[in-house]
Design a protein around this ligand. Sequence first.
Ligand code: COA
Ligand code: ZN
Length: 316
Amino acid sequence: MKVPERVTICEVGTRDGFQIEPDFIATEHKIEVVNQLAEAGVPRIEVTSFVHPKVVPQLRDAEEVMAKIRRRPGTRYAALVPNDKGAVRAADARVDVIHTVVSASESHNLANVNMTVAESMVKLRAVMDVATKAGTPVHCGVSTSFGCPFEGDVPLLQLERVVARLVDMGARGIGLADTTGMANPRQVAAALEHLMPKFTRVEWTLHTHDTRAMAIPNILAAMELGVTNFDSSIGGLGGCPFAPGASGNVCTEDLVHCLHAMGVETGIDLDKLIAVSKRVQEIIGRALPGQIIKAGTYARKYPLPDGVAARLPRAS
Ligand code: COA
Ligand code: ZN
């Protein structure tokens, strides 16, 4: 199997994950989680979003969180914005990278940001202008890239048209998001095989949700084609409030465990990451879907049952 030496993980749990939590998570807890993730060596964190506070009340403290986190050198702190108003707020909060959002399907875009795709493109051009003036790089995410919970299949040419418009306005980083976990590995590979040769200067990211247990297989399919940037959520938190049936992102510690087991570096300390996941469970007061936190790593050994040790054949 062809695997890269190293991949870059972007932790999105404090944005994609926290945004759907019904009870307000204290600002100090959000800050604590971001700081601990950075301490564990996570190279990129999508900390929060600068969206309408009535639409996503959980993240209404975006400014305060950005102002109070400890910036670790080596970690890039990003925030999600849907429009230029969000971009101004994000630039004022000194994010390192602005992440934008538009969907490949019209229905999800309207449900999510109250705009048609064409209207979003106008706003995203304005985001680009704000970001250029502020000297902040922009990374563009495309929701429902592999399927829409309202429309079903999203034709590849429709995805290509959205990507082309983003590239035309200067996007260099594009994230293909499987918002409700509809993609399968063959589909991910086919989409990348179609898009990568057409947009050769783009740096691709895959943003997965594990709604149907296909997230890691999808990541492996993308990795075999040379993609090395993946979004994930601590503990497997997550879900889009504006996409019915959405559930958590691929779990960061499960993904890091899988990559490390295959000899792929992430720069992340897995033990520290598991400790963060435990802390997040405490904060939100329930167990999360991650597996490694329950099973331990593949290297875990159990004591032998009574009487077995004495009967083991000696190694010659
Ligand atoms: N941050 C804060 N306020 C914002 C804003 C932003 N990024 N964008 C717009 N607003 C304010 C406007 O200033 C305006 O305020 P006013 O009524 O006091 O004048 C008001 O919101 C309405 O502006 P409008 O452009 O008409 O926005 P809208 O009501 O159509 O909402 C979005 C559009 C994009 C702001 C809203 O749908 C949204 O925040 N969506 C985010 C969804 C999300 O986070 N989804 C999950 C991520 S995938
Ligand atoms: Zn998502």
